[in-house]
Design a protein around this ligand. Structure first.
Ligand code: SF4
Length: 388
């Protein structure tokens, strides 16, 4: 096999891999305190020593999209849902260090005990998709649905990739959280209860699931734009729709285009195109296989030796999978670098800084959800956990 071909760097991607505040991020603030320089050759050893000193008091969670330099210190790796479950299963750990993004750390805080502290090594590690639905925008949307006379027939549902405030909104309105693995099951549950769903915040996961897996037409979906009066929709459109999709998307998966798919097929007619359901509908329609991060990992593990795969998901994960399966030709679907820039803010200096602060008895960057909000969000999460 030829080994993993690195996509070309773009200036934006390289900039985003550096430090500094990002005005577009969910929590656009720098890490407080003295960060060790990235060039410090002792960083790996410092992380190892701090982790050893903290022992069972510490549990480190690492999302699949994290850098290799960070993921090697994770006690468990997984997607956001698996990591939240793992946090909940470790009541003895005093500190949960979450190498992921803000909404994931919030979910971990909601599912862990009041005594446990969830730490996010860089508070600027937000999620651009979660940022696309704020609590006040969603309140306005619900008021629009009420004014249009449809709210009574709508069940709100949110993807895990949303803030605790949005999960709490959904919990208060008898709705449910979903992940990319159980979106269809959650939608089935929703349609047993109501005639319509308000799907937050990822339009692509919502559209791809109802059209590909539930037989809906594209015309059954409408897109609510929070920046337009009434979401840019007429009362009739709201009444006729089966699903009201929020106008949000993932800035990483949204980059893959039909051109990328066609180019890969031109280069290698035998290639299998494997993408995440956060990709645009036309990309998903053109792909051979579609599934969650855990599905992608399994599909590549089970693939025939010698088979070729072009994968449309975050670059750190695709590169890691290519390195883990050198007997298969695994490439990245885009021509250029495509990291989750906010996820990449958690680097080795931030991890070392957070761990050494804990060793010193200081708990930095605690993510704490207000108890009332946490209780409402937990209802929506528990309904997901109870799905058949
Ligand atoms: S990959 Fe997309 S959805 Fe996931 S954390 Fe990054 S921006 Fe958010």
């Amino acid at each position: 096999m030829t080994g993993f071909a690195e996509p070309s760097p773009t200036q934006t991607a390289l900039l985003l891999l550096g430090r500094g505040s990002d005005s577009d991020s969910e929590r656009g603030v720098d890490c407080p305190g003295d960060l060790p320089p990235a060039s410090d050759p002792t960083l790996l050893e410092r992380a190892r020593v701090a982790k050893e000193k903290l022992g069972d008091r510490l549990f480190i969670l690492g999302h699949h999209y994290q850098r290799d330099e960070v993921i090697q210190f994770a006690d468990v790796t997984g997607d956001s849902f698996k990591l939240a479950q793992q946090a909940a299963a470790r009541p003895e750990a005093e500190y949960i260090v979450f190498c992921g993004v803000h909404f994931m750390a919030e979910s971990a805080d909601i599912l862990t005990t009041a005594d446990q502290k969830v730490v996010l090594p860089d508070l600027a590690a937000g999620c651009s998709m979660a940022d696309m639905a704020t609590a006040s925008q969603v309140d306005q949307c619900w008021a629009d649905l009420e004014a249009s006379g449809v709210a009574d027939d709508v069940l709100p549902m949110t993807y895990m990739n949303s803030s605790a405030a949005i999960k709490a909104f959904v919990g208060r309105h008898d709705g449910v959280v979903c992940t990319s693995s159980n979106a269809k099951r959650a939608l089935d549950w929703a349609y047993e209860r109501k005639g319509k769903v308000l799907f937050l915040p990822d339009q692509h996961l919502g559209r791809n699931t109802v059209v590909r897996e539930m037989g809906f037409d594209l015309d059954d979906c409408v897109l609510y734009n929070p920046f337009k009066p009434n979401g840019g929709l007429t009362e009739r459109e709201l009444r006729d729709a089966k699903i009201i999709l929020w106008r949000g998307h993932c800035s990483v998966h949204g980059r893959f285009t039909l051109d990328c798919v066609e180019e890969m097929r031109r280069k290698d007619p035998e290639v299998n195109i494997l993408v995440h359901p956060e990709c645009k509908h036309e990309v998903v329609e053109a792909a051979d296989y579609v599934g969650s991060t855990e599905y992608i990992i399994r599909a590549l593990a089970d693939a025939e030796p010698g088979s070729s795969w072009a994968v449309g998901t975050e670059l750190n994960l695709v590169r890691r999978l290519a390195n883990e399966h050198p007997d298969k030709n695994i490439s990245f679907l885009d021509r250029t670098v495509c990291y989750c820039s906010t996820m990449n803010r958690i680097d080795l200096p931030h991890l070392v800084w957070a761990l050494e602060e804990l060793v010193e008895g200081r708990v930095p960057n605690v993510i704490s959800v207000e108890p009332g909000e946490a209780a409402a969000a937990r209802k929506a999460l528990d309904r997901m956990l109870a799905l058949p």
